[in-house]
Design a protein around this ligand. Structure first.
Ligand code: PLP
Length: 438
């Protein structure tokens, strides 16, 4: 157990109530398979794949070994003007499983960087095509696109925005699609709500298409609370954005690599965006990595520009880091050899039935799911939004389960390698906790 002072620490924790944490530290010391081990030796089931990233559970031997070997062989290679074999191999491997035509991968180190990179590519793309007036970016209320200034700006979670000034100029937002009156307890995609995509027409009428560069949405939102797109919604967004020459970006930081039983949400919904952002499942959470997958037209536009030299003035010291690439290659191999995406597709109906069995449990106002993503929404406690959710999170740990909770929404999104018994355990413990919650 680390020696933690009760009221201050050198470690300033992200998205955490630091003062509350220090009074009662929660420390994971190791992990194997579906479980974390706490510093005091208790087993904690990982019901949310860490932060949606640990698709293969923890300590997968092939992945661990690949990282170990890579560290001994090439610990770092300059990301600018120099390549290394694994970077090319991983990009190619990812391109192979993305929708046809989305075939160029720009590496970043996180989802936030992937989003900011995608937005910059969209802006530069239009400029190269002589449409430099297309600078406006459209996000969505309740969207989560990470914490860079670009992602925050197109994002739509008020607490992530309100203390950070005016953010980027020239941003607008679509309305969100979450509606308890219309869609509570939907299994899979809700029937109501496709018309909300038409709000994009309204924004185009307001701003004019010639000023809009891109629309970015999470095909299925995870972090803000598991919002499944209404039937037909994404298709309409694609149709409208196509008609007006606006790029469509799918933020697939959570949904890519099997979460929906397919390599991408684009594949699942048969809607092809122009750009896909990826992270998390790319390395199954083992080494930080993100990326932007751009279509051929975008890539070619950069490569065919008149000026010689650098085509895109953007990149990170750790873009395509050798350790991350090694992890990514090993993870892709496991996905393929073990049929992980198909496994997730097969398990999804079981998760759906299990979480929907919580309908009628105390405080539960909605259950929603798609693929290996599910959200259980609770009515807020009279003391405020998020109070009940946080209490549930703490009791979950006491009961031996890690649930990712945002506000009053509990996500159950286990590693794709989980067994039915793990889903049963996560749901039955949750049922027990709900019965005790005030
Ligand atoms: N985009 C989406 C859709 C996400 O869910 C997340 C993280 O949860 C991010 C971006 C940000 O990723 P990161 O935390 O790796 O910066």
């Amino acid at each position: 157990m680390p020696n933690i002072e009760r009221n201050r620490a050198s470690y300033w924790m992200p998205f955490t109530g630091n003062r509350e944490f220090l009074k009662n530290p929660r420390i994971f010391a190791s992990a194997a398979g579906m479980f974390y081990q706490t510093a005091d030796g208790r087993e904690i089931l990982d019901a949310s794949s860490g932060l949606w990233c640990s698709t293969l559970g923890h300590g997968h031997p092939a992945v661990t070994e690949a990282i170990r070997v890579a560290a001994g062989k090439l610990d770092y290679a300059p990301a600018f003007q120099i390549g290394h074999p694994l970077a090319f191999e991983l990009a190619e491997r990812i391109a192979r499983i993305m929708p046809e035509g989305l075939e160029h991968v720009f590496f970043t180190n996180s989802g936030s960087e992937a989003v900011d990179t995608a937005l910059k590519i969209a802006l530069a793309f239009h400029r190269l095509r002589g449409q430099g007036g297309r600078t406006r970016l459209i996000g969505r209320v309740n969207g989560y696109h990470g914490v860079g200034f670009g992602g925050m700006s197109v994002g739509g979670m008020v607490k992530n925005r309100r203390t950070f000034g005016p953010l980027l100029a020239g941003i607008d937002h679509l309305p969100h699609t979450h509606n308890l009156e219309k869609n509570a307890f939907s299994r899979g995609q809700p029937a109501w709500g496709a018309h909300l995509a038409d709000e994009l027409e309204g924004l185009i009428a307001l701003h004019d298409a010639s000023t809009i560069a891109a629309v970015i949405v999470e095909p299925v939102a995870g972090s803000a609370g598991v919002f499944v797109p209404p039937q037909g919604y994404l298709q309409r967004l694609r149709e409208i954005s196509n008609r007006h020459g606006i790029l469509l970006i799918f933020d697939e930081v959570i949904t890519a690599f099997g979460r929906l039983g397919t390599a991408s949400a684009a594949e699942k919904f048969t809607v092809k965006p122009d750009i896909i952002t990826i992270a998390k499942g790319m390395t199954a959470g083992t080494v930080p990595m993100g990326g932007v997958v751009a279509n051929r037209e975008i890539y070619d536009t950069f490569m065919q520009q008149q000026e010689t030299g650098v085509e895109l003035f953007h990149g990170y010291t750790y873009s395509a880091h050798p350790l991350a690439c090694a992890a990514g290659m090993a993870v892709m191999q496991v996905y393929q050899e073990d049929g992980i995406f198909g496994r997730a597709a097969t398990l999804s109906p079981y998760l759906e039935d299990a979480v929907h069995s919580l309908r009628g449990a105390p405080h539960v106002v909605d259950v929603r799911n798609l693929g290996m993503m599910s959200g259980i929404e609770l009515a807020p406690h009279p003391d405020g939004a998020g109070v009940r959710g946080h209490e549930l999170f703490l009791r979950g740990l006491d009961a031996g389960v890690f649930y990712r909770v945002n506000g009053d929404i509990v996500a159950i999104a286990p590693p794709l390698v989980c067994e039915r018994t793990h889903i049963d355990l996560a749901v039955s413990k949750l049922r027990g906790i709900l019965a005790q919650l005030a």
